[in-house]
Design a protein. Structure first.
Length: 104
């Protein structure tokens, strides 16, 4: 283990928190942008509602992941859980739904 990697271990929880916070803010911005237009379809409201729920859940997943990585000694299993993969799939679905709602 190099000196740089030893000093870098303490910043992993902070980097994880920042990444999840950025992701939740991006999802929130997506929902807000859907509602800023002059005309609104029902699909845009549905997509904005899904974005709001996904924003909160993404932020909470990030907090949980940060707590796991801050534990010392690290737990035996720190690989992403099912909720991380589900959040990724939900974000991809939101992207498709947002694009579809803007073209209708």
């Amino acid at each position: 283990m190099t000196a740089a990697s030893r000093s870098d271990r303490g910043t992993q929880p902070e980097r994880t928190s920042l990444a999840w916070t950025r992701t939740s803010l991006a999802v929130l911005a997506n929902g807000v942008l859907l509602l800023l237009g002059r005309t609104h379809s029902a699909l845009q409201f549905v997509a904005a509602g899904i974005a709001a729920v996904l924003t909160v859940s993404t932020y909470l997943i990030g907090l949980r992941r940060q707590r796991i990585l801050a534990r010392r000694p690290l737990p035996g299993r720190i690989s992403p859980g099912r909720e991380v993969y589900l959040a990724g799939v939900a974000i991809m679905a939101l992207i498709l739904l947002s694009g579809l709602s803007l073209t209708v």
